[in-house]
Design a protein around this ligand. Structure first.
Ligand SMILES: Nc1ncnc2c1ncn2[C@@H]1O[C@H](COP(=O)(O)OP(=O)(O)OP(=O)(O)O)[C@@H](O)[C@H]1O
Ligand SMILES: [Mg+2]
Length: 351
């Protein structure tokens, strides 16, 4: 349904996208994740035909966005990062206006506007001026605008920003509902916020794709290694050495001083079955294990690690392995180079 190939974008001589490729199928919700300045809005704006790319192609339902913009844009509903709403218009008035801009025939506009307001629960406030709306309501108006004409491809740039928990739930349910017969991509910099609705996630940073995998695979990977936090009385040089000799111990890291001769260690095990062998090995060397707790790495931590990777990996597995190796050698996190928020231009329909 949507195919992106080797997309690049330069702002002046600054690379915002360095050759990214991915596809989105029908009935698929893809989460597009990355920190500030990663290139999310740039990608989505190019996909929606709002800004041109420097190189590469975007094909929507077989139409190239640069070569056949009118046909391609007919298939797209776009919610830009800054909702393209006019402050001096009332909600309903604005939606009629937007329906006109989208080329929806006059006879169909009423039905389309009513349906969009219904879906976004805007009926009760349809006569309110957009300027007086809260951020969450403005976001909903922008979302309603994207749905006009029932386009099969939805491109949503941070659709959950500014929503309160109830609105967040409603938007999640709406996306799940829209998933049938749509292809959806939505961006966010918070994994937890969208993991509930996405089938797949693409992680981008510094204009490169760092991972592209299903949520299930990501979660599986995440749970496959068990991390035990041990508090041990004994030499902080000996404990890692002994632990690493036990079969099934993958890494020992995050060594923290507690008190004289007492340290904590995060020991990553292949599985829970390794636990006893590890504890006996330490005890056999005459050291005392004072405490054992299970550390669960949450998805958010994995996301932060993925984002900080420098190269694209064939699979999440490769990536996670490399992360382990790296963190074993070096505890320092990679720096965040996100800069100012994107200056995405509001959508301007030329049709
Ligand atoms: N119009 C512009 N002119 C120059 N540089 C830009 C422009 N728009 C974006 N950039 C730069 O391109 C990079 C990618 O920006 P983009 O807005 O795509 O990031 P993002 O992932 O959407 O970030 P955020 O989470 O803050 O919305 C950033 O370094 C940004 O500063
Ligand atoms: Mg953005």
């Amino acid at each position: 349904m949507v195919e992106i190939q080797n997309l690049t974008k330069y702002y002046g001589n600054k690379a915002a996208l360095r050759g990214i490729s991915f596809t989105i199928k029908e009935n698929e919700v893809v989460g597009f994740l990355g920190p500030n300045g990663a290139g999310k809005s740039t990608t989505l704006n190019i996909m929606a035909g709002v800004i041109p790319s420097t190189g590469g192609t975007v094909t929507i339902q077989g139409h190239d966005i640069a070569q056949q913009p009118v046909k391609a844009k007919k298939c797209i509903g776009f919610l830009p990062e800054i909702p393209p709403v006019y402050p001096d218009m009332k909600i309903k008035e604005y939606l009629y206006f937007a329906a006109g801009l989208k080329g929806i025939p006059a006879a169909k506009r009423k039905g389309e506007v009513e349906q969009a307001m219904e879906r976004l629960k805007l009926k009760d406030v349809e006569k309110r001026l957009i300027r007086n709306l809260s951020k969450g309501y403005k976001q909903r108006v922008g979302f309603a605008q994207a749905l006009l004409g029932n386009p099969p491809v939805l491109i949503l740039d941070e659709p959950t920003v500014g929503l309160d928990p109830t609105q967040l739930m409603e938007v999640r349910n709406l996306i799940l509902d829209l998933k049938h017969n749509h292809a959806i991509i939505l961006s966010s910099h918070i994994l937890g916020e969208i993991s509930a609705v996405c089938d797949r996630i693409i992680i981008i940073n510094h204009g490169e794709i760092k991972a592209d995998d299903t949520i299930e695979r990501l979660e599986e990977q995440n749970q496959s290694g068990l991390v035990l936090r041990l508090k041990v009385q004994g030499s902080s040089r000996e404990v890692p050495r002994i632990a690493r000799q036990v079969e099934g111990v993958q890494s020992v890291e995050n060594i923290q001083f507690v008190s004289t001769g007492v340290y904590t260690y995060d020991v990553k095990l292949e599985s829970d079955a390794v636990r006893n062998a590890l504890l006996s090995a330490i005890l056999q060397h005459g050291m005392e294990v004072l405490e054992v707790t299970t550390e669960k790495q949450d998805l958010e931590q994995v996301f932060v690690k993925l984002v900080n990777q420098k190269t694209k990996h064939a699979s999440l597995e490769d990536l996670l392995q490399e992360i382990d190796e790296e963190s074993a050698q070096n505890e320092a996190p990679a720096s965040e180079t996100g800069t100012e928020p994107g200056a995405a231009a509001p959508q301007e329909e030329e049709e």
